[in-house]
Design a protein around this ligand. Structure first.
Ligand SMILES: [Zn+2]
Length: 305
């Protein structure tokens, strides 16, 4: 699949809404990631918005080469067609570097060579100790963003009011890792801004990243976004479906059945007759009847899928 840097979709005149689905290509889509893709697609289309796909390929050793192409093929098979070109984060390293330089110039971040064991001893909430260091680190170091003591809060469109105190819950957080890879938080914030994203609909497992992302947006004077976190799918052991836990890939030979089940889990109450329709008809129905408020206000949902 050719890599493209074309990222600005043709603005849909009906709406300024721009949503996105942003998988990391560490494995094919599983049922949990399908649910997130479908919810963000439906919310965008129901609001006459654009829907973008971004491949978060920042960690090459964990990303089998064919994965991104496979994910895009799965989305196509499901009828989830995106607008414009696909943005690959691996093409954005210079932009991330510029942001890092800006934060360094303003002394909003600092080098940290604390070990995993040291951070564990802090109770996994970084205590800011390297902020005060005078000498430059002599070994590999991460770069952390200074957080402040104020609460960060937002109104999640599904889950409601959410508040986090970064100093108490997280501490100064990593924006560039020790292995020199840019951290997820920095890349996501940079790309959401560059792509003019207005709405982020994603899995509940990312809700506790949201305060960090909002804090970084504020630090960089970026636009404010709307967020909605849908339940993640867990198996009967209560384990999140994930690539790390070897969740099975979805089988798009059964695309219509997958979409129908997803609509049910998303609380959309599709009519039984819709189960026998093709994906195009199912998606048409779902866009017309989409109700974000019907999505269960839960962190997780069980599915036998
Ligand atoms: Zn440190």
């Amino acid at each position: 699949m050719p890599k493209s840097t074309t990222v600005h979709p043709e603005k849909n005149s009906a709406s300024d809404y721009i949503g996105r689905f942003a998988p990391s290509p560490t494995g094919p889509l599983h049922f949990g990631s399908l649910l997130a893709a479908l919810a963000s697609f439906l919310d965008a289309r129901a609001n006459q918005g654009s829907w973008l796909v971004r491949i978060e390929d920042l960690d090459p050793p964990r990303e089998p080469a064919a994965c991104a192409g496979l994910i895009l093929q799965q989305l196509t098979d499901l009828g989830l067609h995106w607008d414009g070109g696909v943005l690959y984060q691996s093409t954005r390293l210079e932009a991330y570097e510029l942001i890092l330089k800006q934060l360094q110039a303003e002394e909003l971040c600092f080098p940290c060579d604390c070990t995993r064991a040291q951070i564990k001893a802090m109770g996994n909430v970084y205590d800011g100790s390297c902020r005060r260091r005078i000498s430059a680190p002599t070994k590999d170091f991460a770069v952390r963003l200074k957080v402040d003591a104020a609460d960060v809060s937002f109104e999640d469109l599904i889950q409601g009011h959410y508040v986090q105190n970064l100093t108490e819950d997280v501490g100064d957080f990593v924006i560039r890792r020790k292995d020199k890879l840019f951290a997820y938080q920095l890349a996501v914030v940079a790309d959401d801004e560059m792509q003019n994203i207005t709405h982020v609909i994603r899995g509940y497992d990312l809700i506790d990243s949201t305060a960090r992302q909002i804090f970084l947006q504020q630090t960089l004077n970026y636009s404010k976004l709307e967020y909605a976190h849908i339940p993640i799918i867990v198996d009967k052991m209560g384990q999140k479906l994930s690539k790390q836990a070897f969740a099975p890939s979805i089988d798009t030979d059964h695309a219509a059945s997958l979409i129908y089940q997803s609509l049910n889990l998303l609380g959309q109450s599709p009519p039984t007759a819709l189960e026998k329709e093709n994906t195009q008809q199912q998606l048409q129905w779902a866009i017309k009847n989409w109700d974000l408020q019907a999505v269960p206000k839960l962190g997780s949902l069980f599915s036998s899928k």
